[in-house]
Design a protein around this ligand. Structure first.
Ligand code: 5GP
Length: 173
């Protein structure tokens, strides 16, 4: 297996800083909850919140299951729920990648119905619009990419390679 660099660590950090500033501007002084969907978004999330200037945010996590290997199973299950009350608050849901849209549309529905925040915006590092199966777009997008399977910077290859500091394509040999 060979890894081909797709987005360098430096380019990612530049983009994270840009996104942090856009989200800071959107939130202003309001209290908000930054939510990460585990596990893929954890590295992006931790860089993003550290790059933000707002000191009025709290953080929370949820987790979903939807993938077996590199194929989408089509079903999404919440396997870990939020630990905080977000009712009436502004929320930014942070995800590594928006692909078919099935995961985020399920989470959005769940959060809105069950947790009733004032507003939810979606922030993704990567967007693969070519593979969308439901109508959904993110409010804050880092990079729009081709319909290719990518790894690194949180994104896994059978649970490995999440700790690559850059985003790569996997070339099977
Ligand atoms: P969606 O439900 O939008 O199809 O997919 C969202 C989830 O699928 C992401 O959170 C991620 O875990 C996984 N996923 C989608 N595309 C890729 C990819 O190119 N690489 C990896 N490693 N995971 C992906």
């Amino acid at each position: 297996m060979k890894l081909q660099t797709y987005i360098s660590a430096g380019k990612i950090q530049e983009k994270v800083a840009e996104l942090a500033s856009v989200i800071d501007n959107y939130l202003g002084d309001s209290e908000a909850v930054m939510i990460a969907n585990l596990k893929g978004s954890v590295i992006f999330f931790s860089d993003l919140i550290r790059a933000m200037k707002s000191r009025n945010i709290t953080t929370d996590f949820l987790s979903t299951e939807s993938y077996a290997g590199t194929e989408h199973t089509g079903t999404v299950k919440i396997t870990r729920d939020l630990s905080m009350d977000i009712a009436g608050k502004k929320v930014v849901l942070v995800e590594d990648i928006l692909d078919t849209g099935l995961t985020l549309s399920h989470i959005m529905r769940y959060i809105r119905d069950i947790h009733q925040p004032a507003d939810v915006k979606i922030c993704v590092l990567l967007d693969k619009p070519a593979n969308r199966k439901v109508e959904l777009s993110a409010d804050f997008v880092g990079f729009t990419i081709k319909n290719e399977f990518v790894v690194g910077y949180g994104l896994d290859y059978y649970e490995k390679l999440r700790n690559l500091p850059y985003i790569a394509w996997v070339e099977e040999e």
